[in-house]
Ligand binder design. Structure first.
Ligand SMILES: [Zn+2]
Ligand SMILES: [Zn+2]
Length: 429
């Protein structure tokens, strides 16, 4: 199985061999019983059920072994993917076979590999387990859109945008073990940022939703341009205007919010607040501050899509080890405004608008980030991220990480500062 793994992932697993040996006895019963069940099911469903049960145990054993292997301290060696990786592995095996024929060489190799193993235990693994320890922010791989989760204590996460797809968002939150969402921030009402809300609500309690004033106006007007940008699975039906005047949830107390009310979000009546600059929340290790939009700013742009993008809620998130700026979909106009009025610096920038070409280079420089997260779908029709934007980031010495290449991306605390961990699905070359 090892050559197949190399071909797929470009990693050489150090414990693939013992893990495969352990899983081996369960493979035959799982395959044969599963196959037999599939054959019998159409004609005799009851019998198929009896066949499936032991097959399930066998599969369970394989899954447990795989989980254990993935979390063991020695996990992966970086190894080139594709045919090159397989060829290298073959050469390594042949060389090892030749060398190990001589007893003296065998002893040398034993000592050397012992030392290498010891080093591998000390050096942190390349591919971290998921969720990575001490994660603070995760950009979920939601395809073309934004779906971010901010750590808010054990089993809790603040969601900033939900991506276009409920299934992808639910999957990401489940993988992170988030069962409770004290706050959902919807930066602006485009489907690639709010279409996955149902996935957030699935089996989870939600404290409150934060939207922009432009969002409420847009919704009140019927808001059908919800699909004008980035929607890939059809329009999102607009919610009705806010009703009732319930007190804000005690779970998430903010300073500087206005007009607390409730509004229906995917069939659930939830407390809803309008974001205003300076509003601040603290959840677990994270402190969130609203940077924009200010109620006085008139969002501008070349089209209605750009106007809504420029009215995005911009958040600054601070942790003990550093900070991040989450730029929603703001384009050049709103970025220039932010630079003019003065904005907080951050170690990590969630690049606005999926890395589109409408970026103000002064804004990118003013953030002063060391790392950039680009939440973007593979082969999207918008040409995101733009080559110009990637070049501008590169010139500023900012390392860009993309969800279309790396899958879920996490900001973690490591040795008192921030580091980026990718889930390593398709790490950039
Ligand atoms: Zn977007
Ligand atoms: Zn947008």
């Amino acid at each position: 199985m090892t050559p197949v793994l190399v071909l797929m992932s470009g990693d050489l697993s150090l414990i693939a061999v013992p893990a495969n040996l352990l899983a081996c006895p369960a493979v035959a019963p799982a395959t044969i019983l599963g196959f037999a069940a599939a054959l019998v099911a159409p004609v005799w469903p009851d019998a198929a059920q009896w066949l499936v049960m032991p097959a399930g145990y066998a599969v369970g054993w394989i899954v447990s072994v795989a989980r254990w292997a993935a979390q063991a301290p020695l996990t992966h060696l970086p190894w080139p993917g594709g045919m090159l990786g397989v060829a290298l592995l073959a050469v390594a095996v042949v060389v090892a076979a030749l060398v190990l024929r001589r007893p003296t060489w065998r002893r040398v190799v034993l000592v050397a590999s012992g030392a290498a193993l010891a080093a591998a235990v000390v050096v942190p693994p390349i591919a971290a387990p998921w969720p990575p320890p001490r994660w603070l922010l995760v950009a979920c791989d939601v395809g073309q859109g934004d779906g971010l989760v901010i750590a808010a204590g054990s089993g809790r996460g603040v969601v900033v945008d939900t991506g276009p797809d409920p299934v992808a968002m639910d999957r990401c939150l489940r993988d992170l073990g988030v069962r409770e969402v004290p706050l959902v921030v919807l930066t602006h009402p485009h489907a690639d940022h709010i279409g996955g809300l149902r996935g957030v609500l699935r089996g989870r309690s939600v404290g409150a939703v934060v939207v922009s004033a432009a969002h409420q106006t847009h919704r009140a007007k019927g808001g059908w341009e919800y699909r004008s940008h980035g929607a890939q699975d059809g329009p999102v039906p607009p919610d009705g205007p806010g009703e009732g005047q319930a007190a804000p949830s005690g779970q998430a107390s903010a300073s500087g919010h206005e007009r607390p009310g409730t509004a229906p979000h995917d069939g659930r009546q939830l407390p809803e607040w309008v974001a205003t600059p300076g509003a601040r929340w603290r959840f677990g290790p994270s402190e969130l501050t609203v940077v924009a939009p200010s109620p006085s700013s008139v969002a501008a742009g070349p089209g209605e899509g750009s106007v809504l993008n420029n009215a995005s809620i911009v958040l600054h998130v601070r942790w003990a080890a550093g900070s991040a700026l989450l730029g929603g979909d703001i384009e050049t106009e709103a970025q220039t405004d932010l630079v003019r009025q003065g904005m907080p610096k951050a170690d990590v920038l969630k690049v606005p608008h999926h890395g589109s070409g409408r970026q103000d280079p002064e804004f990118l420089a003013a953030v002063g980030a060391r790392a950039a997260l680009i939440s973007v779908g593979a082969d999207n029709g918008y040409g995101h991220p733009a080559v110009d934007t990637l070049t501008a980031l590169h010139r500023l010495g900012v390392r860009a990480h993309r969800t279309d290449r790396s899958g879920d991306l996490a900001i973690v605390e490591r040795d008192g500062s921030l580091a980026v961990v990718s889930r390593g699905v398709r790490e950039e070359r």
